[in-house]
Design a protein around this ligand. Structure first.
Ligand code: SF4
Ligand code: SF4
Length: 73
């Protein structure tokens, strides 16, 4: 997994990370109104969610947090 967790205590549910993720990994949970990691296997480690989150609530897996070039197909 590349994206590791979203800190619920910090997350305000603004939805910026959901909109910034090019891989559609994140969703806003309807019950908690917080961001959740829905499709972690699709994360390509671009880092936009951590860059864009105003609350610093998103954590990437440390050992995979550096940019990687992944091949498709
Ligand atoms: S950008 Fe940050 S505060 Fe906003 S929904 Fe995502 S994790 Fe929560
Ligand atoms: S690192 Fe990029 S692909 Fe992974 S969850 Fe964040 S925005 Fe989406």
């Amino acid at each position: 997994m590349a994206i590791e967790k979203i800190d619920e205590a910090r997350c305000t549910g603004c939805g910026i990370c959901v909109l910034s993720c090019p891989m559609d990994v994140l969703r806003l949970d309807k019950e908690t109104e917080k961001a959740v990691i829905r499709y972690p296997e699709d994360c390509m480690l671009c880092g936009w969610c951590t860059i864009e989150c105003p609350e610093d609530a998103v954590t990437l897996t440390p050992e995979k947090a550096s940019p990687l070039i992944l091949s498709w197909g």
